[in-house]
Design a protein around this ligand. Structure first.
Ligand code: PLP
Length: 442
């Protein structure tokens, strides 16, 4: 077994060479929380403990860890074809992977552009939107509308779109022209599981942006159908429908950022299907390979794709964008294997069937001291705590949970649960008991 002491000088802040992302580095190094292996729904920590993965890694691994099929497929792919230049050349598996992803997307969205992360997917979607309007000779549409308390990754486009202050404030002068609608958390909807009844009219904020800035200046409106990273804000009834209607009326593209929601998390392939609202563009990543290899993608409607292609002269590049690792053969092989697992094991259906039990169990925490709200949909849930009532905050809570054998992500004072779809009711019971005990302080 590897322990953190085996890793040279990890314990010393000066000795550690790695700079950790989105982590209080000094605190981490004073008390490292390390995983050394993973199987199914459980991680092993470096001190040999078994830790339930209540966040599916980072919303990445719904089929659980250590999947042999994906490992074998990746291994075989490296030996068969380890790399193909992504510009001017291609390989069959990328077309197969695109077709398999398109099968899962809503009917109107059937072109897939591969990238390597959710952040790249978001920035790519912004550039596709700009290219689409330019192709239509409507090039003044360069503004984007997003929402407060949203998370769209960390590249400059995604940071500009995001509505979480700590992710933005350092980079204020670098932000692109983005305006933010109000977020959809309302106190009167507290403790609602599923879609809240109140707040659909908040979508009228998009109309206000149109009235203020002019539709002729707005390229796209982007939202997470369920705002994931902030702590699972489920869209109020009628909200997404209203956004769709306003976008259609004013020629604004609607982008759903499904980096967390996609691939069964909401009980359907994508949240677009769960909420029965079809955007023009869908961004995705994370579970596209069950988290095994970095990969992201942008699903684009035929109309948007064709408009951009038709506007370019023959034999010229239609869209000046792409990454060295776009449609990497190994990522495509991992994705095909992951999508096979989802299909063969009926995992999205399993997520749908497990969801009522999951939501019922998290709702039990509503009566506990210090719990101020609980939200959830599909296999995604959040529990908010009041640090003043409890004497510890969300960051401290996730540390306590780790020590108690549960891994989950907290954002501020919200704990976000996104268990693997292969979790059993017993696994969920274990997580709920741990959440309860750590809140009481046992
Ligand atoms: N968009 C959404 C909705 C996300 O939740 C995330 C990550 O959590 C991203 C974009 C960024 O993805 P990545 O971390 O792969 O760049």
């Amino acid at each position: 077994m590897t322990t953190s002491n085996d890793i040279p000088q990890l314990a010393s802040i000066r000795g550690a060479k790695q700079w950790l992302p989105f982590t209080p580095n000094r605190d981490f190094l004073s008390e490292p929380k390390m995983f050394t292996s993973a199987q199914g729904c459980y991680y092993k920590s470096d001190d040999g403990r078994t830790i339930f993965d209540a966040s599916s890694g980072l919303f990445t691994s719904p089929a659980g860890h250590g999947r042999t099929e994906i490992a074998e497929s990746v291994y075989a792919q490296i030996l068969e074809l380890d790399f193909t230049p992504s510009f001017l050349r291609a390989h069959p598996k990328s077309f197969q992977a695109a077709a398999r992803v398109a099968e899962l997307l809503p009917n109107d969205i059937d072109k897939v552009f591969f990238v390597n992360s959710g952040s790249e997917a978001v920035d790519t979607a912004m550039k596709i939107s700009a290219a689409y309007h330019r192709a239509r000779r409507d090039a003044s549409r360069t503004m984007f509308v997003s929402r407060e308390r949203s998370y769209h990754g960390v590249n400059i486009g995604g940071t500009s779109l995001s509505g979480m202050i700590n992710n933005r404030r350092t980079f204020h002068g670098m932000m692109l022209p983005v305006v933010h609608m109000r977020h959809t958390w309302l106190p009167e909807n507290r403790f609602t599981l599923g879609q809240p009844a109140k707040g659909g009219e908040l979508a009228d904020d998009l109309q206000r942006m149109v009235d203020l800035y002019g539709a002729e200046n707005i390229a796209a409106c982007i939202v997470e159908p369920i705002a994931g990273s902030i702590g699972v804000y489920v869209p109020p009834t009628g909200y997404l429908e209203k956004l769709r209607e306003i976008c259609t009326t004013h020629g604004i593209l609607l982008i759903f950022d499904e980096v967390i929601c996609g691939f069964g998390r909401t009980g359907q392939n994508f949240a677009a299907q769960s909420f029965n609202v079809t955007p023009d563009i869908i961004t995705m990543a994370k579970a596209i390979t069950n988290g095994c290899v970095p990969m992201g993608a942008v699903g684009v409607s035929e109309h948007v794709y064709q408009t951009i292609l038709d506007a370019a002269p023959e034999e010229t590049i239609e869209f000046f964008h792409g990454y060295t690792w776009s449609s990497h053969p190994v990522a495509c092989a991992a994705s095909l294997a992951a999508l096979d697992i989802y299909k063969n094991e009926g995992l999205f259906e399993q997520a749908r069937n497990l969801s009522p039990y999951f939501l019922k169990r998290i709702s039990e925490l509503a009566s506990m001291t210090g719990v101020t709200d609980i939200r959830g949909f599909g296999m995604l849930g959040a529990i908010d705590i009041d640090p003043h009532l409890l004497g510890f905050n969300g960051y401290e809570w996730q540390k306590r949970l780790f020590d108690r054998g549960i891994h989950l992500k907290t954002t501020g004072n919200s704990a976000i649960l996104a268990p693997p779809f292969i979790a059993t009711q017993d696994d969920l019971d274990y997580a709920i008991e741990g959440l309860k005990e750590t809140l009481i302080g046992n």
